[in-house]
Design a protein around this ligand. Structure first.
Ligand SMILES: NC(=O)c1ccc[n+]([C@@H]2O[C@H](COP(=O)([O-])OP(=O)(O)OC[C@H]3O[C@@H](n4cnc5c(N)ncnc54)[C@H](OP(=O)(O)O)[C@@H]3O)[C@@H](O)[C@H]2O)c1
Length: 258
C-alpha cells in the first residue's frame, strides 16, 4: 500500500505547523495528488504558502475560517469549481487552538471558543464537504475504503483521551482536552453516518510536535510526525481501510485508548 495515489486532498489550518508540513509533504510526494487544497483563514499573509504555490501548480489556496459557516461554504464552492465535476478524496481537519487553563481557571467564553474551533469546526467542514467526499466514493465504487477513495481525518490529541487523563498536564488545557474528547466522539458518529457512502472517518494524534502549539520542548520535529521520509502520518494514511473506520490512531498507526 506504500505511496497510495490520492487524487485530491484538502487540509484545514494549513498556514503553519502540522498543516503546512502536510501540504509540503503531499506536493513533494513521488506521486503527488492532482489537487492539494490549502485551507487557511488569512492566505494573503502567508509567504511560505505563496512561494509553495509558485512551485507547485497542483497547490490551490482557499480561504477558510473553520468557525465561519459562510467562509466554509465559499471554500466549498472554490474547491468544487477546481475539481470540475470530480469528488474530493481526502479531507484533513487539522485547524485547532489551545488554551492552557486549569479546571478552576477556565471560563465559559474560553471553553466555547476552543470547542467552536476544535469540535464544531470539523463538524461544519465535514458536513459542507460531504457531497464532494460522497462523489469521490461513487467514482470508485469497487475500490476498498481508503484515503484514495474517500476519507475524513481529524487531527485529535491523546490529551482528549478519557482513559489517559493523567499522563501529561493533568490539570491544564481543560478547554483543549474537552474539545478533543468531543472531536473523538464526532469521529465515531461520522464513521457510522458515512460508512454506507464509502467514506471512512478516523481521529489521529500526531504526537507531541514542535510547532507554535506544541512548543520548542516537544520531542518530535515536524517531519518525524508527518513523515516526509516515508513514515509518520503519511504512512498511516497509506494503510487506512474499512477496519480503521471510527478508530483513534497515533502517528505510528497504533490504536489509542478512548
Ligand atoms: N503540536 C502538537 O504537539 C499537537 C499534538 C496533538 C494534536 N495537535 C493538533 O494538531 C493540529 C495542528 O496543530 P499545530 O501543532 O500544527 O498547531 P499550530 O502550529 O498552532 O497551527 C494551528 C493551525 O490552525 C489554524 N487555525 C486556528 N484556528 C483556525 C480557524 N478558526 N480557522 C482556520 N484555521 C484555524 C491556524 O491558523 P492561523 O495561522 O490563521 O492562526 C494554524 O494554521 C491541531 O488540531 C492540534 O490540536 C497538535
Amino acid at each position: 500500500m506504500a505511496n497510495l495515489i490520492i487524487c485530491s486532498v484538502l487540509v484545514t489550518g494549513s498556514s503553519c505547523g502540522i498543516g503546512l508540513e502536510l501540504l509540503k509533504t503531499f506536493v513533494n510526494k513521488r506521486n503527488p495528488p492532482e489537487h492539494v487544497f490549502a485551507a487557511c483563514r488569512n492566505p494573503e499573509i502567508i509567504q511560505e504558502l505563496k512561494s509553495l504555490t509558485s512551485k507547485h501548480s497542483n497547490l490551490v489556496i482557499v480561504k477558510m475560517d473553520v468557525t465561519d459557516k459562510a467562509s466554509i461554504e465559499d471554500a466549498y464552492s472554490a474547491v468544487k469549481e477546481t475539481l470540475k465535476g470530480h469528488g474530493l478524496n481526502l479531507q484533513i481537519n487539522n485547524a485547532g487552538i489551545a488554551i492552557f487553563h486549569s479546571a478552576n481557571e477556565t471560563t465559559a467564553e474560553d471553553m466555547m471558543r476552543v470547542y467552536e474551533t476544535n469540535t464544531v469546526g470539523p463538524m461544519l467542514v465535514t458536513q459542507t464537504f460531504a457531497p464532494l467526499l460522497k462523489k469521490a466514493a461513487q467514482e470508485n465504487p469497487k475500490e476498498v475504503m481508503s484515503c484514495s477513495k474517500a476519507a475524513v481525518i481529524h487531527t485529535s490529541s491523546s490529551l482528549g483521551s478519557l482513559e489517559s487523563t493523567t499522563h501529561l498536564y493533568p490539570d491544564a488545557l481543560i478547554e483543549y482536552r474537552c474539545s478533543k474528547t468531543g472531536l473523538n466522539m464526532l469521529t465515531r458518529c461520522q464513521a457510522e453516518a458515512y460508512k454506507t457512502d464509502g467514506i471512512i472517518a478516523v481521529a489521529f494524534e500526531p504526537g507531541w510536535v514542535q510547532t507554535d502549539m506544541g512548543g520548542a520542548k516537544a520531542p518530535l520535529k515536524l517531519h518525524e510526525s508527518v513523515g516526509g521520509g516515508g513514515g509518520g502520518i503519511m504512512k498511516v494514511f497509506d494503510t487506512l481501510t474499512e477496519k480503521h473506520n471510527g478508530m483513534f490512531l497515533d502517528y505510528k498507526g497504533l490504536t489509542l485508548p478512548w
